[in-house]
Ligand binder design. Sequence first.
Ligand code: PAF
Length: 284
Amino acid sequence: MKILRHPSEVFPPIAFARREGASVGLVPTMGALHAGHYALVRQSASQCDKTVATIFVNPTQFAAGEDLARYPRTLEEDLEGLAAAGADFVFVPKDSDLYPSGFSTFVEPPSVSLPLEGAFRPGHYRGVATIVLKLFNLIPATSAFFGRKDYQQLLTIQKMVDDLNVPIRIEACDTVREADGLAMSSRNRYLSPEDRQRAVGIYRSLQRTLGEFNSGVRNVSDLEAVLMRSLHDCNIDQVDYAKVVDAETLEDRTKLEAPAIALVAARIGKTRLIDNWLLGTNGA
Ligand code: PAF
């Protein structure tokens, strides 16, 4: 695996591979990698001739008051894991190389980025869309791989790519979970043992909501009430949102007809976690 550190080093080898006819998969990350990230790399390696991962803790996607300095950084381990998962290149740029002094151009993200995370983390998706477009420009990949755990991010990036005619295919990959169902996240490492026990309540509450949906409930306020009550029963009371919305637009509905998704953001101790579960259309 070749480590590329400067933006000027990254375009030529990827453009060369593309000229030779190779397909190239891109897996953008902020490091602190876990099995979910490695699953993205493995999926890329199985579908594409070359795989490029990136590790960059993007300062512009941290909303005011969020602690960029506290974000975990585990570069040595990450590099070992990426090589083992099948990455051919890893791009590890410096902040000042991607955001030199005077940087002032940002992507205005699409409307799907406005509710939920967008409302609780103002400016977050502007930063995500900007860095992802920069990476797409630096690394002329054929596909880019993103996890469904950050579902709103996935929709935001897909819409940006459609709206701006970016020549890349977005591949969505399933959330990877711990044995008890907790979605893997770089932030899980902050959880105390007690909070770790409590955190699985997010998954359990999503499952309870799915159970209601599968038993035929289509009224959104009933489903959201189940979700909220279940979080409360699991001692999760600091809930930013617990919503059931249209899965394509993330718009509110009163009754579900199109595919829907239940999404939760909650604080467990000092750690903010998100998770979601897609609800099909034909209640089983
Ligand atoms: O999902 C992430 O880790 C980040 O938001 C991303 C896509 C790498 C952009 O910084």
